[in-house]
Design a protein around this ligand. Structure first.
Ligand code: HEC
Ligand code: HEC
Ligand code: HEC
Length: 127
């Protein structure tokens, strides 16, 4: 009977040891949470699907710049046929007013810092 304590203690240590990695995994995942969509003012949808925007927004912004500056094209028609003015400041940032919380937070996690704001005006924050 007097072996009972060490066995239970051993079992407890075993249980903690096999579940610890899951607890740690959870904490790390939590740290890398996506920015809250509610930072967007008054709109429910981006100009394209969230999946598309998440992976292609850099490319899309490059195209926008080329279209606007080289071709003088100032209207973008999305996959649903809806039209938007081609403008970083007046279109993207009109919805994503909180650049620090939305763009910057994700970029910091990803280790990128777009230089666009050297010239383009950034929004003043949440309205
Ligand atoms: C050296 C200054 C400078 C930098 C840096 C810069 N831009 Fe621009 N950008 C301009 C100017 C000037 C225009 C022309 C504005 C116009 O004619 O409407 C422009 C136009 C654009 C346009 C099309 C029209 C508009 O008003 O948005 C897009 C889109 C754009 N830039 C995206 C970007 C992105 C994305 C970055 C960062 C990767 C960037 N730019 C960095 C100066 C700059
Ligand atoms: C009409 C308002 C509106 C405009 C304009 C707009 N967005 Fe969005 N955007 C949203 C909304 C709303 C979401 C979140 C949708 C959701 O979570 O269901 C979003 C999502 C995104 C995401 C994905 C975020 C994530 O959680 O992965 C990126 C990146 C993004 N937008 C960048 C841009 C860029 C860059 C532009 C300009 C080229 C732009 N948006 C223009 C409203 C807008
Ligand atoms: C969900 C995360 C996320 C959000 C939100 C987000 N970005 Fe990005 N962005 C990225 C990642 C990741 C990259 C780097 C992609 C790569 O290197 O291929 C990037 C790259 C960029 C680039 C190209 C930078 C370069 O040096 O090549 C621009 C421009 C840009 N983002 C603009 C924006 C703007 C403007 C917003 C806010 C309206 C925004 N992003 C919101 C994840 C995000």
């Amino acid at each position: 009977m007097h072996y009972g304590f060490p066995i239970i203690a051993g079992l407890l240590i075993f249980v903690v040891a096999i579940t610890a990695p899951f607890a740690v995994g959870k904490a790390v995942t939590k740290q890398y949470k996506q920015p809250e969509p509610k930072k967007v003012v008054g709109e429910k949808e981006c100009i394209e699907s969230v999946e598309f925007m998440r992976t292609e927004h850099m490319q899309l912004l490059n195209e926008w710049r080329d279209w606007a500056l080289r071709d003088g094209k100032r209207i973008y028609t999305n996959h649903a046929g809806k039209q938007f003015t081609i403008s970083l400041q007046n279109t993207c940032m009109k919805c994503h007013t909180n650049k620090a919380e939305f763009c910057d937070k994700c970029h910091n996690d990803a280790g990128v810092s777009p230089y666009c704001w050297d010239c383009h005006v950034q929004p003043e924050g949440l309205k």
